[in-house]
Ligand binder design. Structure first.
Ligand code: 5GP
Length: 206
């Protein structure tokens, strides 16, 4: 599928710092917007419906699956998550650069649909550091943390299928790395041609 906007997909194991990195990236780059996914999990803390996620129940989610409303969807840590077609399609078609903050299964599904999508995997510097971050976050019960750490090994192994890998050892450096990937993607010949066809036409380029 060809479209003028760029699609960036960011995945990571839980606790690698993905959400904080994407948040900082969005603050630095006003041309990027993040797609809001649907999920069957309950809101946590300050989360608001329509801001972090569209929170729906199982029946609504399943109906959306049957209606073909998702580009991709997956079960992650026991809940369902999906990227709805409606939002993303109109954004990239209008030339908007979009970030999907989703799990690795969803990322690989997106790459099949949008071969131009840029897949970025965030790695922690070590499993010890990942464990410390999950514990420090204090969001989850010990058994949930243990489950997430166990899942992390399989998730980390998926990094090989991604276009870029960022090791989040020092936050500021990882933000810089993420910004560099986004910027480099925009400067690729094909991306420039897709986003600025009038300039290329004026220069007799195609
Ligand atoms: P959390 O519940 O901690 O917000 O997210 C759990 C995991 O689900 C994270 O890895 C997150 O990126 C992923 N996720 C969030 N939205 C989507 C989505 O639309 N599709 C898929 N495949 N994963 C998602």
């Amino acid at each position: 599928m060809e479209y003028p906007g760029n699609l960036f997909v960011v995945a990571a194991p839980s606790g690698a710092g993905k959400s904080s990195l994407v948040k900082s990236l969005l603050e630095l780059d006003s041309h990027l917007i993040v797609s809001v996914s649907h999920t069957t999990r309950k809101p946590r803390g300050q989360e608001q419906d329509g801001r972090e996620y569209h929170f729906v129940d199982d029946a609504v989610f399943r109906r959306m699956v049957d209606d073909g409303a998702f580009f991709e969807w997956a079960e992650v840590h026991g809940h369902l998550y999906g990227t709805s077609k409606a939002g993303v399609q109109s954004m990239v078609a209008s030339g908007q650069d979009v970030v999907l903050e989703i799990d690795w299964q969803g990322a690989l599904q997106i790459k099949k649909l949008f071969p131009n999508a840029v897949l970025i995997f965030i790695l922690p510097p070590s499993y010890d550091e990942l464990a410390q971050r999950l514990n420090r976050r204090g969001e989850d019960r010990p058994e949930v943390i243990a489950q997430r750490l166990e899942n992390a090994h399989h998730e980390v192994a998926q990094a090989r299928h991604f276009d870029f890998v960022i090791i989040n050892a020092l936050f500021e450096i990882a933000v810089f790395d993420l910004k560099t990937v986004v910027h480099s993607q925009r400067l690729k010949y094909a991306a420039q041609l897709r986003s600025k066809p009038a300039v290329f036409k004026a220069l007799d380029l195609s």
